[in-house]
Design a protein around this ligand. Structure first.
Ligand SMILES: [Zn+2]
Ligand SMILES: [Zn+2]
Length: 308
């Protein structure tokens, strides 16, 4: 299988379950061509899932060491999954933009409640329901709309390569709102949502972390044909927190994307392999040449043909 790439993973600098090196070693063993590590960004609120700001230098240093050791076996990329909290804190802020990262994911895991307190809403359905009841007046519809607004605000602010698990809240909310996916307001909301994403030109990931357990991707497969018709470009990621899960759900997502009419996914590479197909209409930049070829900067994201 080709398209063995993953640009969303968490090691023990945040809430991942293993050292960073274990993920890159596993990626080599599974014949991945490119792999990106993306710890949860520091945030100015209490969070046990996010990395501490004072560990950022160690994170980047450890990545540099690993890239030296593994960089001749697979393309290694450094990223962050950056929380958007408000227009005052998110991926577009100078701190994140100035970090020497290869790419940035923008994700929503926190939302402000009606008092302005930031609450963790990236929870299992039962914990999510308890949080909505306690801090959001039990208004599941309102929180779904707020989440969509926050994603759009994050996209408008810019500074990201792609949006992480862009509709994850729908899954949790569907346990509180029977028949959510068939309601008119929800479908109108999501059609407008994907329209805004398409206008921005920012990519979406198809996040496969929970496919094996919950049977759904984020975004849900039901939206793939709409995303395709709007020209939204896709990165397929496992959001692995354990090395053994780096490819979990990815082959199934690629099959589902093909069924919806996608023939390419977006990939980040330093050295494009000879003979790989490019997608129709995609400009493949020339290879970097001359000095520095041992560590060329990543080329722009490119559409790569789905081959498996
Ligand atoms: Zn996330
Ligand atoms: Zn993640």
């Amino acid at each position: 299988m080709d398209n063995l790439t993953n640009y969303h993973s968490h090691c023990d600098f945040c809430d991942g379950k293993a050292p960073m090196e274990d993920f890159f070693r596993e990626a080599v063993e599974e014949h991945f061509t490119a792999f990106g590590i993306t710890s949860h960004s520091p945030v100015p609120i209490k969070s046990t899932s996010n990395m501490k700001r004072e560990n950022m230098n160690a994170y980047l240093t450890e990545f540099g060491r690993i890239k030296k050791e593994y960089g001749n076996r697979l393309e290694c990329f450094s990223g962050l999954e950056i929380d958007y909290l408000s227009r005052f804190f998110g991926p577009s802020t100078s701190y994140f933009q100035e970090l020497p990262l290869d790419f940035r994911i923008g994700s929503i895991h926190f939302l402000p409640d009606h008092t302005g307190h930031i609450r963790d809403i990236d929870l299992k359905p039962d914990e999510f329901a308890a949080t909505v009841k306690e801090y959001f007046n039990g208004d599941a519809e309102g929180i779904v709309k707020l989440y969509a607004d926050q994603v759009i605000s994050m996209v408008d602010a810019g500074g990201i390569d792609f949006v992480g698990h862009c509709d994850k809240i729908s899954y949790s909310a569907s346990f509180m709102i029977p028949g959510l996916f068939d309601t008119g307001w929800f479908n109108d909301l999501m059609e407008n949502f994907f329209g805004e994403i398409a206008k921005s030109g920012i990519m979406l990931e198809v996040n496969t972390k929970h496919f094996s357990g919950w049977g759904t991707f984020f975004p849900n497969e039901r939206w793939f044909p709409l995303m395709k018709s709007l020209g939204i470009k896709i990165v397929v990621n496992s959001d692995a927190h354990e090395p053994g899960l780096i490819n979990s759900g990815r082959p199934e997502a690629i099959e589902a994307l093909k069924k919806a009419g996608y023939d390419t996914v977006m990939e980040l590479h330093r050295n494009r392999k000879q003979g790989r197909q490019k997608s129709p209409g995609t400009t493949v930049p020339e290879l970097q040449s001359g000095k520095g070829d041992s560590d060329p900067r990543p080329q722009p994201w490119q559409g790569c043909a789905l081959t498996n």
